[in-house]
Structures are given as structure tokens and as C-alpha cells.
Design a protein around this ligand. Structure first.
Ligand SMILES: Nc1ncnc2c1ncn2[C@@H]1O[C@H](COP(=O)(O)OP(=O)(O)OP(=O)(O)O)[C@@H](O)[C@H]1O
Length: 266
């Protein structure tokens, strides 16, 4: 795609497992390692990236050349989201084809500037947006985010199966909220169980890219527009994201050369 070397989908089967949190922190970790990185928020009904990137409501993208929009800049990342186009307090009461059209426009009509990686924060599920992405552009790989409990793994499996069906390599699994860590007393508890990420990675012959704890600070920092990777660059969460970023970049490079050919019929 014009202006983008590698597209990476950050996906899950289930909602609320931390895709957007992982997307923004992984993007910042890749940028900290010297890559040029963009984030496309493909969640049309419930975009989160504007808030997580600290973009104020009402800031709109400028027109570029060739009928394209210039992405917004936030924390050194290039970003595009439905939240930059509409009033986010109003619900998007749209039918499927309109949602797909909007996603396609954001994907192809944003003037990405020489990106090494474009991270796409996918909506939950295995529907229209996922199919459109796989059909319209070459996707270098997918990062699957899951929490360790069975109910999330069930949906994560569907996500992995879907990417396999459309020949998008799964780069690995991020296990989020794997251990609750109390920041006051240091007590730790495996609220959502243990071993889920490992078992799914083994089942699908892929790797666990990293495990993130369930902590107050991840939520507070990310939701307030200054994600952990830039707020606490020396912290353990940032170190985990740095390791994940390295593995993702390595996995993409390892897959290079035999890029996916998308061929399937609906
Ligand atoms: N490891 C974590 N510790 C604490 N809070 C977290 C963690 N990961 C995510 N959260 C919080 O959980 C909420 C949901 O996360 P997020 O929006 O990233 O999930 P999602 O999978 O993108 O959701 P959706 O399906 O709605 O797009 C957010 O408030 C986020 O800050």
C-alpha cells in the first residue's frame, strides 16, 4: 500500500480484551525502536484510539493531495480514526456496508508518510471489516490479543482460524490481563486463570509474544491519552512492550518475501 511497508492487524475474537491498549502501546514501542509507525483505528462503532492517543475532541484531519486526508500526529505516531471525523458522543447508527465503506476510505485515502508499520486496531469479531482488510491490502501479519480465560480463548481461536483462512500469517499471541497485580500491597492473583496464551499458541503453532498484567496504571495511563510506554518508559510494562515489538518486527521480517496472496470467495 502507498506509504506503508508492512500492515499489521491487532485483533481478537472477543471485545474488551485490550486490543486498543495493546495496539497503541505496541505502536509506541515500535516507534521507540526507530521505526516509523501509524495507527489506524478500524473500530468504526467504538473507536478508542483518539482518547488513548490524547487527541482532543474536535481535532480534524487536514486535506492532503490526491483527494486524501493527512493523518493526525500524536506522540510521534501517524493516526487515523473515525473519531477524528465525527462527534464521538453521537452513536454511529450505520448499516454494515456504510461501515465497510468508511473503513476502506480510511485505509486507502489516508496519506501515510513513509511508514515501516501500520498497526490496525481491529473491531472484535470475524466480520465485514476483517474480510475487507484481507481482501483489499496485503497484510504482513496479525497479532492476536486474548485474556487467559476459556471464554476469551474460544473467540481468539476463531480469530486465528479466520486469519489462516485468508492466508494472513499469525505473528503471535499477546496474553493480556494475565495476572492481577495490586499496586498497593503487591499481592498477585490469576483472576482470569493461567496458561491460556500458551495453550492457544501451542495449538496453532505460533508464539506467545508477551504477557501483560492487569494493573490500575495500564488503564489509567492508556485511557488518559498517555499510554504506559511513553509515561513510564523504564517500567516493566514498557519493557514487555519493547520485547513484544522486537518479536513482531522479527516475525514480519522472517515472513518477508513470501507475502500472503489473498484468494478466497465469499
Ligand atoms: N492490562 C490491563 N490492565 C488494566 N486495564 C486494562 C488492561 N488492558 C486493557 N485495559 C483496560 O480495559 C479497557 C478495555 O481495553 P481496550 O479498549 O484496549 O479493549 P478492546 O479489546 O480494544 O475493546 P473493544 O472490543 O471495545 O475494542 C480499557 O479501559 C483499558 O484501559
Amino acid at each position: 500500500m502507498d506509504g506503508v511497508k508492512h500492515i499489521i492487524a491487532v485483533a481478537s475474537g472477543k471485545g474488551g480484551v485490550g486490543k486498543s491498549t495493546v495496539t497503541v502501546n505496541l505502536a509506541l514501542a515500535l516507534a521507540a525502536q526507530g521505526h516509523r509507525v501509524g495507527v489506524l483505528d478500524a473500530d468504526i462503532y467504538g473507536p478508542s484510539q483518539a482518547q488513548m492517543l490524547g487527541v482532543k475532541e474536535g481535532v480534524r484531519p487536514q486535506a492532503g493531495t490526491n483527494n486524501k486526508f493527512l493523518p493526525l500526529e500524536a506522540h510521534g505516531l501517524q493516526a487515523m480514526s473515525m473519531a477524528f471525523m465525527v462527534n464521538t458522543r453521537e452513536p454511529m447508527v450505520w448499516r454494515g456496508p456504510m461501515v465497510v465503506g468508511a473503513f476502506q476510505q480510511m485505509l486507502t485515502q489516508t496519506q501515510w508518510d513513509n511508514l515501516d508499520f501500520l498497526l490496525i486496531d481491529m473491531p472484535p469479531g470475524t466480520g465485514d471489516i476483517q474480510l475487507t482488510l484481507a481482501q483489499k491490502v496485503p497484510v504482513a501479519g496479525a497479532v492476536i490479543v486474548t485474556t487467559p480465560q476459556d471464554i476469551a480463548l474460544l473467540d481468539a481461536r476463531k480469530g486465528i482460524e479466520m486469519f489462516r483462512k485468508v492466508n494472513v500469517p499469525v505473528l503471535g499471541v499477546v496474553e493480556n490481563m494475565s495476572l492481577y497485580h495490586c499496586e498497593n500491597c503487591g499481592h498477585e492473583a490469576a483472576i482470569f486463570g493461567t496458561g491460556g496464551g500458551d495453550s492457544i499458541a501451542q495449538e496453532y503453532d505460533t508464539q506467545v509474544l508477551g504477557r501483560l498484567p492487569l494493573t490500575l496504571s495500564i488503564r489509567e495511563l492508556t485511557d488518559s491519552g498517555r499510554p504506559s510506554v511513553i509515561s513510564e518508559p523504564e517500567g516493566t510494562v514498557s519493557q514487555t512492550f519493547a520485547a513484544i515489538a522486537q518479536k513482531v518486527a522479527e516475525a514480519v521480517n522472517a515472513n518477508q518475501g513470501d507475502g500472503p496472496t489473498i484468494s478466497f470467495s465469499e
